[in-house]
Design a protein around this ligand. Sequence first.
Ligand SMILES: [Zn+2]
Length: 379
Amino acid sequence: MPSFLDDRVDSDAILEDIRNIVEIESPSRNAPGVNSVLETIARLFEGTGAAWERELTTDSLGNILLVRCDPTRNEPGILVLSHMDTVHPVGTLTGKLTYRREGDRVYGPGIYDMKGGLVLGVAAFRRIALARRRTKLPITFLFTPDEELSSPVSRSVIEREARGQRYVLVTEPSREGKVITERKGIGVFVIRTRGRSAHAGRDPDKGRNAIVAMADIVVAIAGLGDHTRGITTNVGLVAGGTARNTVAEECMIEVDLRFCDDKSASEMEAKIRALKASRPEIETTVTGKITRPPFLRGAGVDLLFDKAAAIAKEIGFKLESAPLVGGGSDGNFTVAMGIPTLDGLGVDGAGAHTNDEYMLFSSIEPRTRLLQGLMERLE
Ligand SMILES: [Zn+2]
């Protein structure tokens, strides 16, 4: 009986498919690039019997690709989540991060996060489908265009397709060979202060400096982090003022919040919303929200991890789960819905979101087999 353990895995051919997709630059806000990736992925499903459709999003984003591998089966099954967008601007491929192989490392924009893993998911399914084998559960793939923006448009589609599924597999990158079973939640906030402008030399007393007022708030936010509870805050962006010799009328900051549980989320959201300039005649507004709920490792995730670990053992490696990570993924949404989700099933490598991003060629074979094993075994 052929299975994920048999048949040679043609890592070179899989790397060629990865290369074809990496060489299409697809930052989230470049719709033509993302759509070109989408069309390339769709072609990989030809001859497998899968049915695919595009869902339009907004003009500024690429489309969503939904692939039903077993179009005639309607029972709960497996949803595989991958994103097609990267954080790398167009020009990275011909400049700071060219596609190249150096020993086991293969470099390229988005190759690790997550074009490599995306292709492995498809490759695993193709190995099953082209051998005319049948999985116990129907498989659906969802390829999204906006994960790196926190999935503003895809979230509702992900939740719609995840509802009623038995498992979700996420092809985000592996961490040092480990899979991911828990992630922090994320909140994103924008705070604005508004005072009154005045000539800094002639009428300094008439002015109300929005930057000075914001400085107090920035320090307050830095003090909101709580290491023991895994809560972090970061003021990552600041803008304000119009000229050196003008009392600044406006200031704006963007704040990133990470937390481990729902209680911390609501507590921190309330604290951030309550922030207010303590100086007179300064108006403060806070907007933003929790964009990703925490990915909590519950019983369902535990059980799914155990199944994956058993499959890995048959393949010949010991599967471990990574320690809690601060980066979110679309798996956060499906875990919050109560669906057993396993993340970090993509390629191994390092340097996500940097100009040193690479995947390990040697991770193609074990990771393809692991994904294939999950597709074959889960019931
Ligand atoms: Zn990613």
